[in-house]
Design a protein around this ligand. Sequence first.
Ligand SMILES: *[C@@H]1O[C@H](CO)[C@@H](O)[C@H](O)[C@H]1NC(C)=O
Ligand SMILES: *[C@@H]1O[C@H](CO)[C@@H](O)[C@H](O)[C@H]1NC(C)=O
Ligand SMILES: *[C@@H]1O[C@H](CO)[C@@H](O)[C@H](O)[C@H]1NC(C)=O
Ligand SMILES: *[C@@H]1O[C@H](CO)[C@@H](O)[C@H](O)[C@H]1NC(C)=O
Ligand SMILES: *[C@@H]1O[C@H](CO)[C@@H](O)[C@H](O)[C@H]1NC(C)=O
Ligand SMILES: *[C@@H]1O[C@H](CO)[C@@H](O)[C@H](O)[C@H]1NC(C)=O
Ligand SMILES: *[C@@H]1O[C@H](CO)[C@@H](O)[C@H](O)[C@H]1NC(C)=O
Ligand SMILES: *[C@@H]1O[C@H](CO)[C@@H](O)[C@H](O)[C@H]1NC(C)=O
Ligand SMILES: *[C@@H]1O[C@H](CO)[C@@H](O)[C@H](O)[C@H]1NC(C)=O
Ligand SMILES: *[C@@H]1O[C@H](CO)[C@@H](O)[C@H](O)[C@H]1NC(C)=O
Ligand SMILES: *[C@@H]1O[C@H](CO)[C@@H](O)[C@H](O)[C@H]1NC(C)=O
Ligand SMILES: *[C@@H]1O[C@H](CO)[C@@H](O)[C@H](O)[C@H]1NC(C)=O
Length: 348
Amino acid sequence: MAHGLLFILLFSSILSTNHACNQSQSSSLLSFALSLSSPSLNWTSIDCCHWEGITCDLDGWVTHLDLPSRSGFNLKGGVFPSIENLTHLTYLNLSHNSLFGSLESSFFVSLNRLEILDLSSNPFFGELPSFIPSNTRMVNLSNNHFHGAIPSPFFRRARNLTSFSVRNNTFSGSIPSSICLHSSPLIRLLDFSFNEFSSNISAGLGKCAKLQVFRAGYNNLSGSLPEDIYNATQLEEITLPSNAIRGDIKEEIVNLTNLTILDLYLNQFSGMLPMNIGKLSKLKFMLLHSNNLKGSLPPSLVNCTNLEQLNLGSNNLEGNLSMLDFSKLSRLSKLDVVSNHFTGVFPN
Ligand SMILES: *[C@@H]1O[C@H](CO)[C@@H](O)[C@H](O)[C@H]1NC(C)=O
Ligand SMILES: *[C@@H]1O[C@H](CO)[C@@H](O)[C@H](O)[C@H]1NC(C)=O
Ligand SMILES: *[C@@H]1O[C@H](CO)[C@@H](O)[C@H](O)[C@H]1NC(C)=O
Ligand SMILES: *[C@@H]1O[C@H](CO)[C@@H](O)[C@H](O)[C@H]1NC(C)=O
Ligand SMILES: *[C@@H]1O[C@H](CO)[C@@H](O)[C@H](O)[C@H]1NC(C)=O
Ligand SMILES: *[C@@H]1O[C@H](CO)[C@@H](O)[C@H](O)[C@H]1NC(C)=O
Ligand SMILES: *[C@@H]1O[C@H](CO)[C@@H](O)[C@H](O)[C@H]1NC(C)=O
Ligand SMILES: *[C@@H]1O[C@H](CO)[C@@H](O)[C@H](O)[C@H]1NC(C)=O
Ligand SMILES: *[C@@H]1O[C@H](CO)[C@@H](O)[C@H](O)[C@H]1NC(C)=O
Ligand SMILES: *[C@@H]1O[C@H](CO)[C@@H](O)[C@H](O)[C@H]1NC(C)=O
Ligand SMILES: *[C@@H]1O[C@H](CO)[C@@H](O)[C@H](O)[C@H]1NC(C)=O
Ligand SMILES: *[C@@H]1O[C@H](CO)[C@@H](O)[C@H](O)[C@H]1NC(C)=O
């Protein structure tokens, strides 16, 4: 008895001097560990702030749960709601495990300080909750089994969001183009690729003054590109292959002077290539094959001197290729012009 009392006194003095793990936090973590079927967590010492993958603040609240898969270390099991009481969490990284469960709104209500959420490469499933916390800066849900539409208020509070990826799930509905209008003006990366998003991309992205990367390939998108996309002048990458997008690539694209990747292959783009495309001097990858582009190549094309890959195959392009001085494209390592109506030969 006396020994036990001594132990408790000793234990509580350690707690108060070292800002050790709050009891409520360690019981949450232990309930998380219990929900796992994989026996790989070595969470046995007294102070949970020193457990693998855990970081606490000075008051003993858990702020980081950083348990991505490492070699020989793959977490399996359902994690919600066991971590719901880690209310001071700002960083949650559970990527590349075998964790499942669905994100409920109550989860984000309690974890309302969350800034970084990386659940990528797991079998998480279900629909998204109606919103993410206002501090969120980065969300990566790629390579999971989430489905359904992105709820319209989802981004509303997240004014600091800079990166959002839902690549490779089965999301449907339309792309949330209005993301910068009322909610997240700082967004730099949007990745919707490999889902079941449909209908046209409505206007709105033009208000994304910081947008650098826009990916939505391998979906069922249709309609034409919204004209205001050419107002997002920080764009460096537009990757939209394998959809059913039609219409012209507008001359205004030359306003996107930082563009390095333009990947629109396997769509239904028609019309001619923009006359001043040569102003896009940073372009490295121009992948426009398998569309319905017509007319001859604009002479300015050879001013895209940083081009590394130029794929124009399987279109209705025409004209004499000998007229263009391809030798100006000294970095070109891949050129494909097959299945068009070109005449002439181009020099090596
Ligand atoms: C531990 O957490 C509880 C709430 O769960 C709180 O009331 C208590 O003050 C915390 N203790 C310390 C030492 O921070
Ligand atoms: C578990 O962690 C303790 C310290 O926290 C360490 O002494 C022990 O070697 C670890 N065991 C394994 C199997 O990693
Ligand atoms: C979270 O905290 C509540 C209230 O303190 C408690 O009832 C519940 O059991 C806790 N949940 C977990 C998973 O620790
Ligand atoms: C999560 O952890 C993985 C593996 O260490 C790392 O590659 C990834 O960048 C982390 N995610 C974030 C958002 O920090
Ligand atoms: C999201 O996670 C995947 C898999 O972990 C990774 O490959 C990808 O780079 C991440 N995306 C972003 C935008 O961080
Ligand atoms: C956004 O970030 C700024 C600077 O880091 C911070 O002061 C502000 O509180 C954050 N806003 C929200 C809604 O989290
Ligand atoms: C999508 O994710 C699954 C795992 O969930 C993976 O096996 C597959 O290779 C990924 N596909 C793509 C296109 O990234
Ligand atoms: C998108 O579709 C709506 C209605 O279906 C239409 O009014 C709008 O003009 C279309 N926008 C584009 C850019 O195709
Ligand atoms: C692009 O921005 C300009 C200047 O801010 C504006 O006048 C124009 O209406 C915008 N274009 C579209 C299609 O939104
Ligand atoms: C493109 O830039 C020119 C001048 O730099 C400007 O007059 C025009 O409005 C811009 N167009 C768009 C669609 O932003
Ligand atoms: C292009 O990139 C440079 C360097 O990253 C940056 O300073 C500039 O603001 C970007 N945007 C435009 C429209 O040039
Ligand atoms: C290519 O760029 C050069 C130098 O900037 C310019 O003089 C020339 O007119 C451009 N050619 C075309 C066809 O736009």
